[in-house]
Design a binder for this molecule. Structure first.
Ligand code: WTA
Length: 661
């Protein structure tokens, strides 16, 4: 790791202190799974002293075809959980409820953007998942095969995941906002044999051309033999004979019974790509048993799920939040899960609040970036709605600033609903630091305490000999996790060395999260954002490298450096510094062209907010771009930090000229 983490930490201590504190409402605690801070602390202590007994207790609440022989096998950084056990997460999400008392309970309550509503009971979900699992088998898809999923938010997307898991196929969901190149990179990285997609999906009143984008990617995806297309909107699409198949034709001919395959606890469940500071996106691999247990237990305790809840997580299934907290966690709990297809501002800014009132949503889980947008749109879009069904609110994806937290509490939660600010990552698979709503007092802007079994610490950056220590309470440092946990990613698909190097090398013996944090006197954690070159735009992680690579791929661009700068709405915005190939004069038209280019190469979420042309980029003598200086310039319009390691001091003057020019 370069000097970046230390640079990032300089500012950590200056963060404003927040001393408001909100104990759990007595009414809420009375009916909660975990009812008091004492109960949390006792259970937490036990779970840390003997994590294996703790997690085994949780695992026993689920269905195993065969119980494990050993809870944990740990050979840093390689973990195996519930070794020797046989499990199927699809069985636990569906069959366990469909064959029991929840057969007629609504499993998925879906609202399309145009307004239509579909309800699938657990029994119906059972049928649909089995039929589609049989369709996958007919397509020649076997246990262990990788299957890409590129869909909009329809019940069929959840069905596709559950059907893959049922037969042991490994899904790799690609967010529907990604462009053809990004699809091809991901599909090729894990050699997917098939892609499941849909014709188009609705978003903000227009249609997203999912199938057409897959068609564009296909020439670059030699391993894909079949494309399965779910008909959502009925818009015309081009079907290639022998390669493309309609979902409805396949299931019409498929038998209705497909028993869930007993899978080894460590059988791969999915690959999900996320951004790192360098290189191509990493395909994090999650496996079966441990992932199931922790997504199950965190959903149960953190959302305090009760039988009559209507639970809504607004995340797209294209991200890890959708995997763990739209599909696997809540369904394993037998919850009623609301899924909404479209945008929060269609047909107007009140859509979410209308959905909450119409469907009597009780638990609402969203992202700080969405909350900031609601604040900006204004309370007139909220005031007409009762929101009295709500009993719990949650956030995830980036730090939430205390004022947004307070707004969320007052305007949406009417000062009645606890807020769970949940910290976790694609790599951790499930929540790690989070309030337990009936037990832990909350503070605006703090993710509060570690979940059971999770040993989180804030430490100094290791010196050259690898020595480091825990920082005193109140000081900033690197957030690490000491011990393995069940839902941790097992590796980076196809690149175990990179997994080891990225997560288990910077702080010897620990998992390094890439985040800075501090702990207050009460033991509450305050997350301070990334300390590496990852940008968090609207809660979505982007590596600076990815955007830089896309820019450099443009024929007029010589070199590019990308940094994040604070943005009121998105959390971070993307600022790009670009040097041009000679003979190409800088112009506003070229700025626009480059922004469009990046959107086309990666997807709209990676579109740079600012582009600055410069004659040169600041580099160290070893040739590393000094992003720290660019970050300062993009944020404050000037550079005050240490520039002694610069190779060429005139660069700064040139950058300033670019800034003014
Ligand atoms: C950030 C999303 C502060 C953090 C589940 C982390 C947060 C990255 C929070 C993971 C939170 C997520 N408070 N920061 N409650 N939740 N983050 O992989 O920087 O998309 O490392 O997983 O988001 O993003 P990812």
């Amino acid at each position: 790791m370069s000097s970046t983490p230390a640079a990032g930490l300089q500012n950590l201590d200056s963060t404003l202190r927040e001393d408001r504190i909100f104990p759990p409402p007595a009414e809420f605690s009375a009916h909660a799974h975990i009812k008091s801070i004492e109960e949390y602390e006792t259970l937490y202590k036990q779970s840390i002293e003997d994590p294996e007994t703790f997690w085994a207790g949780a695992a026993k609440e689920l269905h195993w075809f065969k119980q494990w022989d050993k809870v944990l096998e740990w050979d840093l950084p390689w973990a195996k959980w519930f070794v020797g056990g046989q499990f199927n997460i699809s069985y636990n999400c569906v069959d366990r409820h469909a064959l029991g008392a929840r057969a007629n309970k609504t499993a998925i309550l879906w609202e399309g953007e145009p307004g239509e509503v579909r309800r699938l009971t657990y029994a119906e979900l059972h049928t649909e998942v089995q039929r589609f699992a049989n369709a996958l088998k007919v397509m020649g898809i076997h246990k262990g095969d990788r299957v890409a999923v590129y869909m909009g938010m329809t019940p069929e997307l959840a069905i596709a995941l559950l059907a893959c898991a049922r037969i042991g196929a490994v899904h790799s969901v690609i967010f529907g906002g990604f462009a053809a190149n990004a699809i091809a990179d991901r599909v090729n990285d894990c050699s997917c044999v098939a892609i499941i997609t849909q014709d188009t999906s609705y978003r903000r009143g227009t249609e997203i051309q999912l199938k057409r984008t897959v068609d564009e990617a296909m020439p670059a995806c030699p391993t894909v033999k079949n494309v399965i297309v779910y008909k959502r909107t009925g818009s015309p699409v081009h079907m290639v004979t022998g390669r493309d198949w309609w979902w409805h034709d396949l299931v019409a001919n498929a038998p209705t019974e497909c028993p869930a395959e007993p899978l080894d606890s460590e059988h791969p469940l999915y690959v999900l790509y996320t951004s790192g500071s360098t290189g191509k996106p990493k395909g994090l691999l999650h496996t079966t048993g441990g992932y199931a247990v922790q997504t199950y237990l965190t959903s149960k305790y953190v959302f305090d799920l009760q039988e009559n809840d209507v639970y809504w997580c607004t995340a797209d299934i294209g991200w890890v939040t959708g995997h763990s907290y739209v599909v696997y966690g809540p369904l394993q709990n037998g919850a009623t899960v609301l899924m909404y297809e479209g945008a929060p501002n269609f047909p107007d800014f009140s859509r979410f609040w209308k959905i909450i009132d119409d469907h009597k949503v009780t638990i609402f889980y969203t992202a700080p970036t969405a909350i900031r947008a609601f604040i900006k749109w204004g309370h007139q879009f909220i005031d007409n709605y009762k929101l009295d069904s709500l009993r719990l609110l949650g956030t995830v994806g980036e730090p939430i600033n205390p004022e947004a937290w307070m707004w969320y509490r007052e305007k949406i939660g009417h000062n009645r609903c606890p807020i769970v600010d949940t910290w976790w990552q694609t790599e951790t698979g499930a929540m790690m630091i989070t309030p337990i709503p009936g037990a832990i007092p909350t503070k605006p802007g703090s993710a509060t305490r570690p979940f059971f079994g999770i040993q989180a610490e804030v430490v100094t950056r290791p010196d050259a000999d690898g020595n480091f220590h825990e920082v005193p309470k109140g000081s900033g440092g690197l957030l690490v996790i000491r011990k393995p946990w069940p839902s941790m990613a097992r590796t980076i698909y196809g690149d175990p060395e990179r997994y080891k190097k990225t997560y288990w090398s910077d702080v010897p013996g620990c998992y390094f999260t890439g985040d800075g944090a501090r702990q207050d006197a009460d033991g509450c954690f305050w997350l301070m954002g990334r300390v590496d070159d990852v940008i968090n735009v609207s809660g979505h992680r982007l590596g600076t490298m990815e955007v830089e690579s896309a820019l450099v791929a443009h024929p007029k661009v010589a070199e590019a450096a990308v940094v994040g700068r604070p943005d009121d709405l998105k959390g971070q915005a993307i600022a790009a510094f670009v040097t041009l190939e000679s003979g190409n004069p800088p112009s506003d038209a070229l700025k626009d062209e480059l922004k469009k280019w990046v959107a086309k190469e990666i997807g709209a979420l990676a579109r740079p907010d600012d582009i600055r042309f410069t004659e040169a980029l600041p580099k160290t003598r070893s040739g590393k771009i000094m992003r720290r200086l660019l970050r300062e310039l993009a944020t404050h319009g000037e550079i005050k930090g240490d520039t002694t390691t610069l190779e060429d001091f005139t660069v700064i003057a040139k950058l300033r000229e670019a800034e003014e020019g």
